[in-house]
Design a protein around this ligand. Sequence first.
Ligand SMILES: CC(=O)N[C@H]1[C@@H](OP(=O)(O)OP(=O)(O)OC[C@H]2O[C@@H](n3ccc(=O)[nH]c3=O)[C@H](O)[C@@H]2O)O[C@H](CO)[C@@H](O)[C@@H]1O
Ligand SMILES: C=C(OP(=O)(O)O)C(=O)O
Length: 428
Amino acid sequence: MQKLLIEGGHELSGEVHISGAKNSAVALLPASILADSTVTIEGLPNISDVDTLGELLEEIGGSVSRDGQDMTIHPEKMVAMPLPNGRVKKLRASYYFMGAMLGKFNKAVIGLPGGCYLGPRPIDQHIKGFEALGAEVTNEQGAIYLRANELRGARIYLDVVSVGATINIMLAAVKAKGQTIIENAAKEPEIIDVATLLTNMGAKIKGVGTDVIRIDGVSSLHGCTHTIIPDRIEAGTYAIAAAAMGKEVVIDNVIPQHMESLIAKLREMNIDIESHNDQLYVARSNPLNSVDIKTLVYPGFPTDLQQPFTTLLTQAGHSGVINDTIYSARLKHIDELRRMNAEIKVEGGSVIVSGPTQLEGAKVKASDLRAGASLVIAGLLADGVTEITGLDHIDRGYENLTAKLSSLGANIWREEMTESEIYQDQNT
Ligand SMILES: CC(=O)N[C@H]1[C@@H](OP(=O)(O)OP(=O)(O)OC[C@H]2O[C@@H](n3ccc(=O)[nH]c3=O)[C@H](O)[C@@H]2O)O[C@H](CO)[C@@H](O)[C@@H]1O
Ligand SMILES: C=C(OP(=O)(O)O)C(=O)O
């Protein structure tokens, strides 16, 4: 087990290349189950969620080979193997095996997923969709059992706008008989990416990127090659790090249109940020204005950047107020930031960050993926050395974080933990 160390105070400059989007990758790989022939996904991020999904595809009989950032999946010998336990609990997106296996085999047994704990993360809307398509769904000892004689298209109104439910219902519906209409669908770029893959496999999908998606079921889907979109959350994390500590940082391989809410907020803070083709240029300017943030479904400000943004607000004058309307309990980074001298209050559903504050290095723990990102940015800003544990969370979503930040000039490295450090870490 390793810990991450950061000696703060080093300016960032240079260019960083953004990897493929985690939240696309984790849906594109299960989507390959639906094909009758070989699917290649190009540009995958090298993160543990992708490794775990590759292993799960093998567990159900797929043959999977990896060549750098590309993964080739041969789905021909896949079977409806039950996955009630084990790897499915290591990540959130294993829930896409429900939609994909139901769509392919008319049955599936999948354990309830893991992933970041952000407060309760129900999957009732996924289940509502599967049932509307004709599946019988039961929860037996923590695993979801799905069975259908045949799936039939249906009109499904989502009570909450959900990325996971929208994608999962699409996966189950592409081979259902007749037309499925998903109303109040989510519009995230990753959903468009998954629909693009499915369309290239032969699916008939209209309206992705709007809140009404229409799917006309087809009897079979074939293989294809698909290139993933860049990770707007990884790019946003580097943009926030550059806003905190950047002299001149170029963030390469981004789709700036996917990042408009963040770019607008950074500009309001007085950060110098410009986009050109697939690059963002970010530099810190002084003083930083504080801003208020409300997280919303896309194209609103993403909840996945709320925690890193909290750290940036510690550097701004006066108080900024954050309301996470998607995950109101996504607050576990706050106590850790306080250990580093941040002035943050939680009142009702609002997080109030005061600044500017000189952060101090401390021993802190990442409770989830983006809490980890917020602590890394705090470490870059802090006086002295920050030690971060809980790296398994960070490794789920950030490819080569240490190397990427080092190349920008950060003093950051990983060390093996001693047995007593591991013991202490596990008991705090
Ligand atoms: C693997 C992946 O893509 N993860 C992302 C996905 O998670 P995930 O797909 O789990 O998030 P959702 O979009 O489904 O959740 C949005 C909101 O709807 C609620 N909800 C969701 C489903 C449901 O059946 N019932 C229900 O009440 C959730 O509790 C949450 O408050 O979108 C989140 C919101 O942008 C991001 O933070 C995650 O990074
Ligand atoms: C919450 C996240 O991921 P997951 O849904 O995979 O837990 C995230 O990427 O910030």
